[in-house]
Structures are given as structure tokens and as C-alpha cells.
Write a protein that binds this ligand. Structure first.
Ligand SMILES: C[S@@+](CC[C@H](N)C(=O)[O-])C[C@H]1O[C@@H](n2cnc3c(N)ncnc32)[C@H](O)[C@@H]1O
Length: 295
């Protein structure tokens, strides 16, 4: 459902984007998506977006096949080759063990949503994916670290999987969730949220050029795996906005190393002086650092 609405939503965003050049820029590793989405955002691909290049950069193996035919209707759409299934099961098992070291969870906590036709691994009745394990980890971690979070601003949230998980958390009881991302990811977020069980009125979708119009009133800023790909100027743009918005807490999960030549390390982010580092922790799944700052 909502395929046509999503495509119209995307087209409108792209028209607005042309009228609003600004200090924000596409991350260098994301620029290929501009052409790709213009050519390939259609109803079929949206229904299968978690198996196609529409979600490239947002999820990785084992949640997407390792190899692709060019184009979107890859031959794995009806089932992965056996070797990928075996490797995928091993990867899922490792992720579950890593998550278990930091949080307590039930299998039903990592039952994935089927929007976008993800590649799932069945454990009992549950559809398990790498994404669902990571989102469960984030939400349990944030439930442990924070209370009284009414409003969240997330920058670079991909297709909105974390926002859905957090907005549905009874413990956090979030009333407003604002998503800032590139038009391509915002189109997927729109599609994902519209097709998921949630109170859709909690969500506000904001393109990067609209952020200066957003009003103050946020308890938490979330950025996972996204500032690390951005240029220093783009990161400065976002931290100027975070400063203006007086967001009370920041939760950042990013690399402190450089993988792609254009990456920026977490230790080099221009964190406004009013923020104090209150916690630094290891991310259990890879060599990323988690930092919590508060005013
Ligand atoms: C690697 S994905 C991370 C997705 C998700 N946060 C996660 O941890 O799985 C990077 C995200 O940053 C977004 N992004 C890239 N450049 C951006 C920009 N200038 N402003 C906002 N978001 C941007 C991408 O569209 C994508 O959603």
C-alpha cells in the first residue's frame, strides 16, 4: 500500500530541493542515489525495497543478498542461494550473542516488520534480521539510559526503522519524532511508516533544508552511522542547528576511524560547548563508539 503516495511525496521533495540549495549536502557516499532513485523508484521496487538497491547503504548482508544483477528484479527475490543462507544464519547467530552481552531481550523483541519484503531468518514464529537485532539493541539501550523523553530529532535515520521501534516503546512514551534525512531515505521512511503499525501522527518528516524552520522542543538527538559519512561542513550545519534547538541530550553512534576517504571521525565533530560528555561505550556489533552528551 501507499506506493503511489510515496512516489508523489518523493517527487514533491525533489522539486522543493531544487528551490532550496543550502549549506547541507549529500554525503559523498550517497550521491549515486540521486540518479538511481529518479530511475528506479517505482511500485514494484518499493514493495521489495529491502532486497533492492533502494536500501543499499541502509542495510547490508545478511539482510540483503550479497550479489546483484544490475537492475532491481534480482534473481534472489524468491529465495537466497543456499551458501548465502548458511552464511546469513551464522552472521545472525553472532549478532544475537553480541547483543546478549549488553542487553536482555526476548526473541519476540527482534521480530522484524515485513514492510519492504526483507530477507528474514525464522526462529520459531519470529522473522529475524540483522536490522531488527540492532534496532532492538538501540531501543533497549536508550530505554535504560533515558526517561522522560517526549520528543526526538533523528538525523540520518535511514528508512525509519529505529524511529518506529522507539515511538512504539511504552517505556519511553515518545510523543513527537522528527526525522531529518535526504529525500531518498525520507521517501522510504514515508513508505515504511505508512505501512507499519504506529501512531503516524507522532512523526514529522523534515528535509535538510527545512530544519532551520523547526521549533525548539527536543529531549533527544539521535545519529547512528550517519554523521561519519558527512563532510565537515555538513556536520557543522547540523551541529549549528542542534545548538539553536537546545536539544537536551545527544546519542551518537559513529566511527572514530576513517573507512572512506571522505569520512569524518566522531572525535572531530564540532560539539557545541554547552554539551558535556556523560557516557562513552562500545557498540557491540562493530568498531563504532557510542557517546551520550547532555546540556
Ligand atoms: C549508513 S545510513 C545509516 C542509517 C541508520 N541510521 C542506521 O544506523 O542504520 C546513513 C544515513 O544518512 C543519511 N544522510 C546522508 N547524507 C545526509 C545529509 N546530508 N543529511 C541527512 N541525512 C543524510 C542517508 O540518507 C542515510 O539514511
Amino acid at each position: 500500500m501507499f506506493e503511489k503516495e510515496t512516489i508523489d511525496f518523493y517527487k514533491k521533495l525533489k522539486q522543493e530541493e531544487v528551490k532550496n540549495p543550502g549549506p547541507w549536502t549529500y554525503s559523498p557516499v550517497e550521491t549515486w542515489k540521486i540518479d538511481y532513485f529518479l530511475k528506479n523508484l517505482n511500485e514494484d521496487n518499493l514493495k521489495n525495497f529491502r532486497r533492492t538497491s533502494l536500501s543499499e547503504g541502509l542495510i547490508s548482508f545478511p539482510d540483503r543478498p550479497l550479489k546483484y544483477e544490475s537492475g532491481v528484479l534480482n534473481p534472489w527475490i524468491k529465495g537466497l542461494p543456499l551458501w548465502q543462507k548458511i552464511r546469513g544464519m551464522r552472521d545472525i547467530g553472532v549478532e544475537l550473542l553480541r547483543a546478549r552481552k549488553k542487553i536482555e531481550f526476548k526473541l519476540s523483541d527482534i521480530n522484524d516488520n515485513l514492510v519492504g519484503n526483507p530477507c528474514c531468518y525464522k526462529l520459531g514464529k519470529n522473522n529475524i534480521t540483522d536490522l531488527a537485532i540492532r534496532m532492538c539493541f538501540y531501543s533497549k539501550y536508550l530505554e535504560k539510559e533515558f526517561s522522560g523523553i517526549n520528543s526526538v530529532l533523528e538525523i540520518g535515520g535511514g528508512f525509519a526503522a529505529l524511529s518506529l521501534k522507539l515511538a512504539n516503546s511504552k517505556k519511553l512514551n515518545i510523543k513527537k519524532y522528527v526525522l531529518v534525512d535526504l529525500p531518498e531515505s525520507l521517501a522510504l521512511s514515508y513508505y515504511y511508516l505508512r505501512n507499519s503499525e504506529c501512531d503516524i501522527d507522532k512523526f514529522v518528516i523534515v528535509a535538510p533544508w527545512m530544519l532551520p524552520e523547526v521549533e525548539k522542543d527536543f529531549d533527544l538527538l539521535i545519529n547512528t552511522m550517519s554523521f561519519q559519512h558527512m563532510s565537515k561542513d555538513n556536520i557543522r550545519y547540523y551541529f549549528n542547528q542542534i545548538d539553536r534547538l537546545d536539544i537536551k541530550n545527544l546519542y551518537l553512534v559513529n566511527r572514530d576511524t576513517i573507512r572512506d576517504a571522505t569520512d569524518t571521525k566522531i572525535s572531530e565533530y564540532p560539539i557545541p560547548e554547552k554539551y558535556k560528555l556523560v557516557k562513552q561505550d562500545d557498540y557491540p556489533f562493530s568498531k563504532h563508539i557510542m557517546k551520550i552528551y547532555s546540556i
